[in-house]
Design a protein around this ligand. Structure first.
Ligand SMILES: CC(=O)SCCNC(=O)CCNC(=O)[C@H](O)C(C)(C)COP(=O)(O)OP(=O)(O)OC[C@H]1O[C@@H](n2cnc3c(N)ncnc32)[C@H](O)[C@@H]1OP(=O)(O)O
Length: 209
């Protein structure tokens, strides 16, 4: 059974721990700046400074970033890269209640949560979150450290660049490309290519900053 440490002890970590338990992982515990007590039975291990010592003692231990993402920053992927350099492996984590169809590629450390559907031919980068009940249709290309928030629909052949957040319940029509470092507001609908990084809201989505 793969042993895994969850990095972060907030709300996203809780959801991940639940999925890891259902997927049969042996959860070593979680790290955080503060002790949040047991999270669904997973113990607090300390802050991230314990991670170097931990991988020395247990070379097979793997990790998953349990910090959520509500902006277009690159914090999660930077952290994942630092821990890769320490020797941690980052498995993709897929809920048994998600559907990942044929010819889909999932990058290291990507989490596919309950109710997600990823259709055939899609490629998802590293350290992404495909959050609850989101849909990634066929032949999408998603970069690294992208958060597809709950209830999002990406239609067929959509491309999303690194570090983007596609907010809760947003929709993207078929074939559209969104450049890296964009934030799409909750409930927005993207109907044409976005080529300038920024925050976009509304239907059709327009840039507000
Ligand atoms: C499991 C989880 O919880 S995952 C969490 C996922 N989180 C999300 O999806 C949140 C996404 N964030 C949003 O939608 C935010 O509203 C943002 C980032 C787009 C904007 O937030 P802020 O930068 O604080 O902007 P602010 O609230 O000041 O709004 C600026 C303007 O845009 C409008 N606006 C903000 N969000 C949206 C939206 N989603 N759709 C349409 N209009 C919006 C506001 O009404 C305001 O308009 P006004 O200037 O005419 O009054």
């Amino acid at each position: 059974m793969d042993r895994v440490v969850v990095i972060g002890g907030g709300g996203h970590a809780k959801v991940l721990i639940c999925v890891l338990k259902k997927s049969g992982y042996d959860i070593a515990g979680y790290t955080d700046r503060q002790n949040n007590g047991l999270i669904l039975g997973a113990p607090y291990l300390g802050n991230d400074s314990i991670l170097a010592e931990m991988i020395r003692k247990d070379a097979g231990c793997r990790a998953i970033i349990g910090i959520g993402k509500i902006d277009a920053s690159d914090r999660r992927i930077r952290l994942q890269n630092e821990l890769l350099a320490l020797g941690y492996g980052f498995p993709p984590v897929v809920s048994p209640h998600a559907v990942v169809n044929e010819e889909v590629r999932l990058g290291a450390g990507t989490a596919v949560l309950d109710g997600v559907v990823v259709n055939s031919g899609s490629q998802i980068g590293r350290a992404c979150i495909l959050n609850t009940n989101s849909t990634v249709e066929h032949d999408c290309r998603i970069g690294d450290n992208v958060h597809i928030a709950p209830g999002v629909t990406l239609s067929g052949g959509v491309a999303v660049g690194d570090n983007c957040l596609i907010g809760t319940g947003a929709n993207v029509i078929q074939g559209v490309g969104i450049c890296p470092n964009c934030l799409i507001g909750a409930g927005s609908t993207v109907v044409k290519d976005i080529t300038i990084p920024g925050t976009y809201v509304g239907n059709p989505a327009k840039r507000i900053r």
